[in-house]
Design a protein around this ligand. Sequence first.
Ligand SMILES: *[C@@H]1O[C@H](CO)[C@@H](O)[C@H](O)[C@H]1NC(C)=O
Length: 726
Amino acid sequence: MTTLRTFALLAATVLARVEAIEAADWDAAQSSAEAALAKMSQQDKVNIVTGVGWDKGPCVGNTPAISSINYPQLCLQDGPLGIRFGTGSTAFTPGVQAASTWDTELIRQRGEFLGEEAKGCGIHVMLGPVAGALGKIPHGGRNWEGFGVDPYLAGIAMAETIEGMQSAGVQACAKHYIVNEQELNRETISSDVDDRTMHELYLWPFADAVHANVASVMCSYNKINGSWACENDHAQNGLLKKELGFKGFVVSDWNAQHTTDGSANNGMDMTMPGSDYNGNNVLWGPQLTSAINSNRVSGERVDDMAKRILTTWYLLGQDAGYPAINIDASVQGNHKENVRAVARDGIVLLKNDEGVLPLQKPGKIALVGSAAVVNPDGANACVDKGCNTGALGMGWGSGSVNYPYFVSPHDALKARAEADGATVSLHSSDQTNGVAGVASDADVAIVVITANSGEGYITVEDHAGDRNHLDPWHNGNELVKAVAAANKNTIVVVHSTGPIILEEILATEGVKAIVWAGLPSQENGNALVDILYGLASPSGKLVYSIAKSAEDYGTSVVSGGEDDFSEGLFVDYRHFDNADIEPRYEFGFGLSYTEFTYEELSVTSTVTAGPASGETIPGGAADLWETVATVTASVTNSGEVEGAEVAQLYITLPADTPSTPPKQLRGFAKLKLEPGASGVATFNLRRRDLSYWDASAAQWVVPAGEFTVSVGASSRDVRLTGSLTA
Ligand SMILES: *[C@@H]1O[C@H](CO)[C@@H](O)[C@H](O)[C@H]1NC(C)=O
């Protein structure tokens, strides 16, 4: 015991972990910030809130050092899955893959490792994680950077990631705030969202981020109700700082600031990069000084900006012993193990006819598709991943990073086949010519197809960020048909940033399995082989619905200047359920190599109807975060092999609640079970999980009446139901 303790103490010292942040820590950091503020000149204050300009420092965002208080040149760096432009760092899996695991331990570890690498590079503020876009539009270019389309799941993933990152000592940045749902016209479009939809969908995961003590929030490019997100008083001062009690700072997205006074007076605290990309148009700096001097912006407001920025620096302990900035530092450690685990456990098995998977040591394997091999020009050949050539591991844009190495499907499959004395014949193109020759005499044919998307400053194969359609790229349907025509044991592997329409593939005879491999980053092939060969049973579940047609989603990229969010709360499964449209594969769906049975639902509740109350803590009214009901269910692995099940809990609010989605995710638990073993899935429901936003009262309210509790294997595969009453 003593030895164990000593070791734990030693490990804690070496990693210099920041303990879980509490209210007293914010108070202490604010006191330190006030003391420092007292020593700063007005010029110092203007400097600490104004970036030095694009490409004028070592990081994507920098503010100047303030010598009077020993404050360093602050380094802000992309992004949500690793260190952008770094050469010694890990390419972690995108957020969407992490969410697809539904494994809070893996998600948290991913956050810790991200934070460790950022700190190792001397980065003070790491620009992630992402909860906006939430993903209401399946074509949305940047959906893959976030954690899927459900706010509850995204919120849990935000909190785990932020706590993980910040425990390593780096400041996290929750972005993009808010309702930034598409790339087309992203810098001009106005997202006009009603108050209830704002609270129940888009603000929800940001509330989790604030509750997890996130240090900073990035305001987005778009307008909200006609005013820029970074100049929107209601969004920044009202919702974020007042209602959610956010004590950190709001940093602009890069070039998202439009006026000197409007941004300052409406809640923005730091401008980045500080000028436009040509070094012109500096809206703070000297212009902020004149605004203060002519009383258009108050001195108190600028003090508040500086205090918020200093507070989080102290909060994370960055004022002592923080490493020097070196974006190229060698910081990977053993972090690739997390990449492989997330890549693997985020894989969703959609179809598996006649038990074609897992593979039983086939002697002859055909592998088809340009996405089966690394980009012939190199895994990092395209700047910011702006191409769809070769195997896909992440989307493109500022949320991408360099791969330190890349294992393609072919690399991993060949290694595995060699160990078995098997052969792999490769057709590494998307042309159907020549497919038959490779596929026809193989025991099994594996065809890899893709769909890609990214940030709008890069256009890839005619897709300007958002996808133009939801079909596979490179004529993937035709490629699959050619393979399946030649081989009756065809396995389709999909690497994609979001849903694609699978109807043609499903209608193709010979397609026995579909493996939704998502975005596995640098461990692409290894994760796939782990699943194909049954080294692990698939345990990922979809974090968006796969529809039968693109129209079924009811949302698509909006052209023109305004998105009125008329679908309201009814996005993805909330819409499919409400409109009674059958998806092909529903939100939360995923097969396994084993089977799970559910029994013994138990519900205990102390919840009372009525509005939320209590003081405002980070995340909103205190009692919103209290557990008011607990649901348990017993889950048994009733199949033959080890596996993991993501048990999900959906809540149906009382029938007379104003227009509400039929079911909403409000709990999940991933249980790893040996064959025959049982475990208990425990779902703790907080007051917020049983509330809706009453827009007229401007409050979260638990409605009176009977709530239905549905527990099961997906949003439609309900195995047990119960109820509770408020
Ligand atoms: C936008 O306008 C709607 C409708 O008036 C309102 O409910 C909402 O609170 C406004 N949102 C913001 C961020 O101003």
